[in-house]
Design a protein around this ligand. Sequence first.
Ligand SMILES: [Zn+2]
Ligand SMILES: [Zn+2]
Length: 339
Amino acid sequence: MRAVVYDRPQEFAIREVPVRDPGAGEVRIRVLQSGVCGTDLHIHEGGFIADYPLTPGHETVGIVDAVGAAIDGLSVGEHVVINPNLTCGRCEHCRAGQPRFCPSFGGLGTLLPGGFAEYLVAPQAQVFSAEGLSPDVAVFAEPAACAVHGIEVLKPRPGTSALVVGTGATGLLLAQLIAHAGAARVTVASIAADQLATATALGLDATYLMDRDRLADDITALKALSGNGFDYVVDATGVARVQEATIALAQPGATILWYGVANERDRVSVSPYDVFRRELTITGSFSEIDTVPAALAMLRAGRIRTDGLITHRFPLERYGEALDAVRTDPTAHKVMLVP
Ligand SMILES: [Zn+2]
Ligand SMILES: [Zn+2]
């Protein structure tokens, strides 16, 4: 089969590699498409928790192609999605019900071969039926599962105001969930006018077009929009100066969620007195681990909508162009890699 293979950071090729038979408890999936996301840009640069050689791709929808011994409840021909994230199940964090902090955290597309390939082999525990869902909706199961975990961290109170900065697909999935979790008003802000139009079409309440070169003006304007700041402020950009700005956009007693993946070396400046005086909560949301079923339920119910999010599709051979689109193309929203 053909697959994207990295020998080391920044160096990849589309290569012919053997198709592996599924072992006991494993399922082989013929990949229909995989989403390319910002995390893949970090992996390209050698960041996140990647291990090389590597085939990335962690947002995959496909069709069960073969099953190993001891598989029940999944059959050949079934449409499925994967939960890429694996943990050891044995360390103190796993055994305490906090698998996100497992020192062996990793998975398909980071440590093991992922979905930027024609086939993918996964343990059955990581595979979920997506029967009845269009592959263009089901492919959002993993990013939507991350958004569900974002809600678990944020726990929005009813009747509150929220701001999501950053309108990438995952930001808009989370913004919709915040609305359904009880916020009275959800504003989204972004430098991408097209993505703001999609946000409006998805039913979000208000949008604001940012100019990151004039961030101080953006903060003033956004504060004016909200009265005096928001109850919940989410950064979905991973850009350090934007993350820093989320603190100024919070009203007293607010919760600030850093949801976008920042560069490991980034630092921001925070006033401890401000956090103390205004009783701010600054928190993070790392990754989904057990929220794929909830995400699939929300996608099936239409509580999370994905209409208009997929803007680009590239064949496997044009993986480099797919990365460039995610990195620099202002018209690219969700980019798919189709083997
Ligand atoms: Zn992703
Ligand atoms: Zn563990």
